[in-house]
Write a protein that binds this ligand. Sequence first.
Ligand code: CP
Length: 303
Amino acid sequence: MQSEKDFLGLKGVPLAVVEEILNRAADMKRAYSAGEKRAACAGKTVVTLFYENSTRTRTSFELAAKALSANTVNIAVATSSVSKGESLIDNGKTLDALRADAVAIRHPAAGAPRLLARNMAAAVINAGDGMNEHPTQALLDMFTIREKFGAFKGLKVLIAGDVKHSRVARSNIYGLKAAGADVTVCAPATLMLAGIERFGVRVAKTLQEGAAGADVLMALRLQLERQKSGMFPSIQEYTRFYNINTEIAGLARPGAIVMHPGPLNRGLEISSSIADSDSSVITRQVSNGVAVRMALLERLLGD
Ligand code: CP
């Protein structure tokens, strides 16, 4: 269990806490959409510290902090003292000395946010750590699902693609299972997480089987940068069996939604005909990221 100072993952977080954040996010979305600025984090400083690339997460943390009247600082890791060999812990101590109140960190190593959290006074938020968790992505995904369906209990959610390397999949499984959703995963054997059954999910042998009757089709990005070669025969082969296209979406329930955390590999794990269709909520997921991160920052830094 993590402390209330930080937000490091969805594993073990009580459902009531998740629901509180989602409920606050609904209010934040109304305020943000209306262009209202809130004062919840006035005088506070939020730092984004990203050791991996990002468009959506980093930008939405910054927009969320600004919408709550916080000061924001983005550390470009490549041009910071990290490139001179400064350790993560020393980086944290430096940010504490500069009076940062919260640090949203993305790091290629699983556990890096936890290490930072143990060694600094500021609140630490996990913005994605290696193949471990991406909890704010899962919160925004849950928020988007709840907007569409109102509740999670009994909803059939298919998470398909590169499950093995996906921190998005792990965090969504923790959150959605705790909320009562019926989660199925589908991946080539080489891209499936070993011991996936212990997460309480069903494993579909084919995308067709997993998509049949689903309410939510969540495609995962094929993370070629984290893979050693030989995890599937060819890109063409992968696409043939694991691409969410019109035919696959047609097997889901009427009114089903298609999700993707982004960035998209169009034509690989998802077809443009589906990514750009009326059933796609991909751009809504991005917009909802601001509201959810506002709710989280208010929770961690607000009075
Ligand atoms: N979904 C997600 O984490 O996107 P970014 O890498 O652009 O932040």
